[in-house]
Ligand binder design. Structure first.
Ligand SMILES: [Zn+2]
Length: 296
């Protein structure tokens, strides 16, 4: 996901109109070992890609680009330390250009046991690409991520959550087993079409970008305090917990990794950990569980 996508709202409306799935929810009793909620901490490592003036030339303002570079170089080490402190494995969705540019960061993430999913090549929205270009992007991103981490990615989050009407079919063809892109359910489900693909739903309220994103085009936009966002996310967590749901946080290292925010995330994880029956898992683990329930 990224907040910097022209025409975001029309794309999302199109996306909702194109979604061809019947949500099949899983309830609290169906989480492993009777646990009451599944929590996935996800990090979209967009790095410099959000700040290119033109993805083809990869040109951008050096100051803007430095905001992206902060993600893999400064924020990810802090996030990895946080996850290690809590004994949690998370999921990082990474454009393959970023993986190639920062291979040591990718290896550090993978060697700590975290999952790495695909997130395009240069963070170009699939809805803007031809079918052939989309296929080529899937092939390229799988090749690069597998070469660097030694593991084939199984999860797919589209850049800007901006799917075309064939993206999910192409994802299945490329070997992906789950998507984390749609907003039509509170809990994970299995798509009718393409059949068998698990959806791990996302939402704007559980995304760091709407609260913290800032650039020269958003001068009038409020930058929320970490405390405000913690209050919103705690409210969402309690409601999800009480309904036996799912809590899927979408974060961006360059955004959440700033000092007060990463401290807030640390405190939030501590607070969630005090509830009984919280299952912190990677997206792949949740997707595998949902698929196993569907197969019964
Ligand atoms: Zn992104």
């Amino acid at each position: 996901m990224s907040p910097k996508s022209p025409g975001y709202r029309p794309i999302l409306l199109l996306l909702l109109a194109c979604a061809s799935a019947t949500p099949v929810g899983v309830g609290a009793a169906e989480w492993p070992d009777g646990r009451k909620i599944a929590v996935t901490l996800t990090f979209d490592l967009d790095a410099d890609t959000l700040w290119w003036d033109d993805p083809d030339s990869m040109q951008g303002n050096p100051s803007s680009l430095s905001q992206g570079r902060y993600g893999p170089t400064v924020a990810v080490p802090k996030i990895l330390a946080l996850l290690e402190r809590h004994g949690i494995r998370a999921t990082f969705f990474v454009p393959s250009w970023v993986a190639g540019q920062y291979p040591e960061t990718l290896r550090a993430i993978a060697s700590a046991g975290h999952e790495i999913g695909a997130h395009g090549v240069k963070h170009v929205a699939p809805v803007t690409l031809s079918a052939a270009a989309e296929q080529a992007e899937f092939a390229e991103s799988v090749r690069v991520l597998e070469a660097i981490t030694g593991k084939r990615p199984r999860g797919y989050r589209a850049p800007s959550w901006a799917l075309s009407d064939i993206t999910l079919e192409l994802a299945v063809d490329a070997g992906f087993t789950y998507s984390s892109n749609l907003m039509d359910s509170d809990v994970p489900y299995v798509h009718d079409s393409p059949p068998g693909l698990v959806e791990l739903p996302v939402s704007w309220i559980l995304d760091d970008a709407p609260y913290f994103w800032f650039d020269e085009a958003s001068w009038d936009k409020k930058i929320h305090s970490a405390a405000e966002v913690r209050a919103i996310w705690q409210e969402e967590f309690v409601a999800a917990y009480e309904s036996g749901g799912y809590f899927d946080l979408t974060m961006h290292p360059q955004i959440i990794g700033r000092p007060a925010r990463v401290r807030m995330l640390d405190e939030l994880v501590d607070w969630m950990s005090d509830f009984d029956g919280v299952w912190f898992a990677t997206c792949a683990e949740v997707a595998n569980h949902v698929r196993s329930i569907e197969a019964r």
